[in-house]
Design a protein around this ligand. Structure first.
Ligand SMILES: Nc1ncnc2c1ncn2[C@@H]1O[C@H](COP(=O)(O)OP(=O)(O)O)[C@@H](O)[C@H]1O
Ligand SMILES: [Mg+2]
Length: 248
C-alpha cells in the first residue's frame, strides 16, 4: 500500500520556483532517503509534505486519502485527519525549552489529540526506554546533549503514533559521535519497517538503510532508484558530481 503519493508538485517563493514538477511515492514500510546539494529544495519538499507550506500545484495523498488536487486542498476537517498520519523531525530538535522531556513527549497527544493520559504516558515511558533515556524524563532540554535532545524529538514524533515519519537532516546539527547515536535509532526504526522519508547528507547511512534513494537538484528529482544504482552507480552527471564532492 502507498502511504504517500505526490504528483507534479510545484512550489514558488515569489519569482523563485523552488519545486518544479516533483513526483514520488512511498510505500508502507519503506525508508526513502532524499539527497542533494544545499538549496536544491529538499526542506521545502518536506515542509510541503508536512503541510507547513502550501503548494502551488500538483497533488498529494496520504494513506490513500487525497489532501491536495491540482494545488487545491481538501477541507480543514479532512486535513486534520490526514495530518495525524505523519510527524516531522527537524534538524534543530525544536523541543519546548520550558517543558520537561516527559511533557514534551506527552503534551500534544493528550491535549491536541485528546488521547487517554495513562496510555500516552505509558507509551512515552516505553519510547524513552527504547531511546535509552529512561532516566531523563524529568530533565529539561538544556540539561541534555544534542543527541539526547534529538532522541527526545524522535520519541515525541513516535508518541503521536504516526503512520510515517519525515526527517529533515536529523543529524546535521550534531558532531560525529552524536550523529552515530541518531543514525543507530533511525536504523532500528527502518528495521522495524517504520515508513520514513529522510533528508540526509549521510551517504553511507542512506545506502545501508534505504529502500529507495532520491537525488534532487535545482528543484527537480534528477535521479531515483535503489541505493546501489543511485549512490554506487549514478547515471546522471549532477548526481555523480555531488557524490564526488562529498567524497573529498
Ligand atoms: N520561506 C522562503 N522564502 C523564500 N525563499 C525560500 C524560502 N524557503 C526556502 N527558500 C529558497 O528555496 C530554495 C530551496 O531551499 P531549501 O528547500 O531550504 O533547500 P535545501 O533544503 O535543499 O537546502 C533556496 O533557494 C532557498 O533560498
Ligand atoms: Mg534543507
Amino acid at each position: 500500500m502507498k502511504l504517500l503519493e505526490i504528483k507534479n508538485l510545484r512550489k514558488s517563493f515569489d519569482d523563485l520556483e523552488v519545486l518544479k514538477d516533483i513526483s514520488l511515492d512511498v510505500s508502507e514500510g519503506q525508508a526513502v532517503s532524499i539527497l542533494g546539494p544545499s538549496g536544491s529544495g529538499k526542506s521545502t519538499l518536506l515542509r510541503c509534505m508536512s503541510m507547513l507550506e502550501t503548494v502551488d500545484g500538483g497533488s498529494m495523498a496520504y494513506c490513500g486519502k487525497t489532501a491536495v488536487t491540482d494545488g487545491k486542498y481538501v477541507s480543514k476537517a479532512e486535513l486534520k485527519e490526514i495530518k495525524s498520519y505523519f510527524s516531522l523531525v527537524f534538524q534543530s530538535f525544536n523541543l519546548f525549552p520550558h517543558y520537561t522531556v516527559m511533557k514534551n513527549i506527552c503534551d500534544a497527544p493528550i491535549h491536541v489529540m485528546k488521547r487517554d493520559k495513562k496510555e500516552v504516558t505509558e507509551n512515552a515511558l516505553a519510547l524513552l526506554e527504547k531511546m535509552g533515556l529512561s532516566d531523563k524524563a524529568d530533565y529539561y532540554p538544556y540539561q541534555l546533549s544534542g543527541g539526547q535532545q534529538q532522541r527526545v524529538a524522535i520519541a515525541r514524533a513516535l508518541n503521536m503514533k504516526p503512520k510515517m515519519l519525515f526527517f529533515d537532516e536529523p543529524t546535521s546539527a550534531l558532531d560525529p559521535e552524536l550523529t552515530a547515536e541518531i543514525l543507530k535509532v533511525l536504523k532500528e526504526l527502518a528495521e522495524e519497517k517504520m515508513t520514513m522519508v529522510i533528508v540526509t547528507h549521510e551517504i553511507a547511512f542512506a545506502r545501508s538503510i534505504s529502500d529507495h534513494v532520491i537525488f534532487m537538484d535545482g528543484g527537480v528529482i534528477v535521479e531515483q532508484g535503489k541505493p546501489a544504482d543511485v549512490i554506487d552507480n549514478p547515471s546522471n552527471e549532477r548526481t555523480q558530481a555531488f557524490l564526488k564532492k562529498l567524497e573529498q
